[in-house]
Design a protein around this ligand. Structure first.
Ligand SMILES: [Zn+2]
Length: 95
């Protein structure tokens, strides 16, 4: 079984809709104006964006978690649980 699901996919919010006016393709990267904004930019996957149409300014995530990845994650957990069970079962026989 091939498990080539990507759990986290990077995306470019420039192609997102503006959360305020709903225009597509108007978001542009915005420069951090103060220390708090610089910290958020440095420590999180969120980056500052500004809408060229309505002037909205805020954070957009540059990564996204896909629905397929949630399924893949569950599958990993189930497989891990089965493996752990088998290992525990085998250990009972060895000892
Ligand atoms: Zn806008």
């Amino acid at each position: 079984m091939a498990l080539d699901y990507k759990i986290i996919v990077s995306k470019n919010p420039v192609f997102d809709k503006c959360p305020d006016c709903g225009a597509i393709g108007t978001l542009r990267r915005s420069r951090a104006h103060n220390t708090k904004e610089r910290l958020i930019k440095a420590l999180t996957p969120f980056k500052l964006y500004r809408c060229r149409k309505c002037g909205w300014r805020g954070y957009r995530s540059t990564i996204t978690v896909t629905m397929g990845s949630v399924k893949a994650l569950l599958l990993y957990l189930v497989l891990a649980a089965i493996t752990a069970y088998i290992v525990l079962f085998a250990m009972k026989f060895v000892s």
